[in-house]
Write a protein that binds this ligand. Structure first.
Ligand code: NOJ
Length: 589
């Protein structure tokens, strides 16, 4: 799927090699530069009222847990009123809360209570499209002369008997007209939907119930910025901007290049050259940044930015001007084409942002509600927990803001439906069996070994609880010192308290090693640098961590955290024996 993978159409992901000297320590106290941001899918986190669906008050009940884990901010996936075709990503009112999740008063209370726990609230802002039940679209679709008609992307279509019309286009014929080009919806079918009342097609990159807003109309920008201000005024710390590279489409409506074959939804495979990441979007983002910057407290703009390479990512920061998003997500590290448990892979991409984003702050992310969980994508099926600890080590010790997803900290698995009739995500219904949808990564949070994993009192939860809940849950893992959950806590605490991990620069070590990813976090004056070594292979590895040329004077190394007891006493960097799938974090003294 285009949005949820990267580099799919490119052999152009630039090659880079391991590197040495890069960033310097900083003493910047801006909160989001050091933050752990925790994504909550509100349907699935905690159900406070027993209807089987998670809600805002359920989140409030677990703020103590989030604070103990070390979370600085929660990003809540859309909780606005919505017909729930795409579980909230089809918004019908930007300035309220869906009754499934609570009320506006609940949200105000959540923001306040979270604040008392030193946790900021970040909302999901969907600007590419609305629900077809939003009043803007209902007006727009009511007549061609309606003042809001031009708020969405409309087209008369072309004659069905025209010379270049394809058989595929003819499948969508209405009143002798077919869609104007070959653009396909990411969620299946033509991206154009006919509306008889206006005798026109409208464009939708996602479901037909998610019509795309027309960002070439300044009234759209004003209305969307007003919606953002509504929440900024209520105290949210910023936004995660959904599908933000897709705001604009080619004004000439040129056909996307054909790639050949069919995709999982059975549509012709085409690239997204004319429907994604158009340069015009950056003007909007600069104005948005200027708007948000007027608010006190370092409000933050985070982008859902699946991009083909790090040079493109840099543009989303505003390059050297640093005047666009503070934190476009780096999807190349965690979700890039070919992402696998491989030291060279991670060295390349984690290293690239050190050089290619003009000193901006990287945002690392390995899990979200659209992709199979990282424990399954990187795991080998046997050592999944050990491997999840390695991913967590990168996430929390590299020089980056860290974004995680509910359940990753306990190693919740991806539980993909096995029968079509159980699927809730519409793309899993239309794409079955090739595309089974995203239910697997959205199952209810596992809190306890008790009924419904402590998620709900209702046995009919909106998605089934994953079968391993009796062992994989917060309560059980809290009590186990070697659990994944306690590894998360330990790393997050270290990242907060250790100056090098908190503020340090970063240099890659072992630039050619096939199995071990290693780097040093250089320290602000007066504190010790920290070395991180991660053996990603299934066998033991002994490495020499040579700091010559880094300017760091090494006398000894003191273990701060290790996944294996044998590493607790490691003292020399000349010969570090790393067991299979192990991670070592040590202060250089
Ligand atoms: C990206 C969101 O993460 C995904 O869940 C949603 O379906 C699409 N954007 C459309 O809003």
């Amino acid at each position: 799927m285009r949005s949820f993978t990267t580099c799919s159409f490119l052999a152009v992901c630039l090659l880079s090699t391991g590197m040495r000297s890069q960033t310097q320590p900083s003493s910047d106290t801006t909160w989001w530069k050091h933050a752990v941001i925790y994504e909550i899918y509100p349907r699935s986190f905690a159900d406070s009222n027993g209807d089987g669906v998670g809600d805002l008050n359920g989140i409030a009940l677990h703020l103590d847990y989030l604070q103990r884990l070390g979370v600085d901010a929660i990003w809540i996936a859309p909780m606005y009123p919505s017909p729930q075709v795409d579980f909230g990503y089809d918004i019908s009112d930007y300035e309220n809360v869906d009754p499934h999740y609570g009320t506006l008063a609940d949200m105000d209370r959540l923001i306040e209570q979270a604040g008392k726990h030193n946790i900021r609230v970040i909302l999901d802002m969907v600007l590419n499209h609305t629900s077809d039940k939003h009043k803007w679209f209902m007006e727009s679709a009511s007549s061609r002369t309606n003042p809001q008609h031009d708020w969405y992307v409309w087209n008369d279509g072309i004659p069905a008997n025209g010379p270049n019309v394809t058989a595929y286009q003819k499948r969508f014929e209405h009143e002798g007209k077919v869609p104007p080009n070959n653009w396909v919806s990411l969620f299946g079918g033509s991206a154009w939907e006919w509306v008889p009342a206006v005798h026109q097609f409208y464009y939708h990159d996602f479901y037909k119930q998610q019509p795309d807003l027309n960002w070439r109309n300044p009234a759209v920008e004003k209305a969307c910025f007003d919606a953002m201000r509504f929440w900024l005024d209520r105290g949210v710390a910023g936004f995660r901007l959904d599908a933000v590279p897709t705001l604009f489409e080619d004004p000439k409506l040129r056909d996307n290049p054909v790639l050949g074959g069919l995709n999982a939804q059975g549509d012709p495979r085409v690239s997204d050259l004319y429907t994604n990441n158009l340069p015009e979007v950056h003007d909007v983002i600069r104005r948005m940044r200027a708007m948000v910057t007027k608010y006190p407290g370092d409000r933050v703009l985070i982008g859902e930015t699946y991009l083909p390479n790090t040079l493109e990512l840099d543009k989303w920061y505003g390059g050297a001007a640093h005047n666009e998003l503070q934190l476009p997500m780096d999807m190349l590290v965690g979700f890039g084409e070919g992402a696998k448990l491989s030291a060279p892979y991670f060295r390349r991409y984690i290293g690239e942002v050190e050089k290619e984003i003009h000193g901006s702050q990287p945002l690392l992310v390995f899990d979200n509600h659209d992709n199979a969980r990282s424990i399954d994508r990187f795991g080998d099926g046997v050592h999944n927990v050990e491997i999840a600890k390695l991913i967590a080590t990168m996430l929390f010790t590299a020089r980056a803001t860290a974004m995680t997803y509910y359940g990753a900290e306990i190693g919740m698995p991806t539980t993909t439906p096995t029968r079509k009739e159980d699927v809730r995500d519409p793309i899993g219904v239309t794409g079955w069996p090739k595309e089974k949808g995203r239910d697997g990564e959205r199952t209810p949070m596992q809190w306890t070994p008790g009924p419904q994993a402590g998620f709900s009192t209702n046995p009919h939860t909106w998605l089934p609880i994953a079968p391993d809940w009796k062992t994989v849950n917060v309560e059980t893992e809290t009590a186990d010192p070697h659990s994944l959950l306690n590894w998360y806590k330990q790393l997050i605490e270290l990242r907060r308290s250790n100056p090098a991990l908190h503020d340090g620069g970063m240099m890659m070590l072992l630039k050619d090693d096939a199995d071990v990813l290693a780097y040093v976090r250089t320290a602000p004056q007066g504190s010790a640098p920290v070395i991180v070594a991660i053996n990603m292979s299934s066998g033991p590895k002994t490495v020499t961590l040579d700091l010559a040329g880094t300017g760091i004077d090494v006398k000894s190394a003191r273990t701060l955290a290790a996944t294996d007891a044998s590493l607790m006493k490691a003292g020399s960097l000349k010969s570090v024996a790393l067991p299979a799938y192990s991670a070592w974090v040590a202060a250089v003294e």
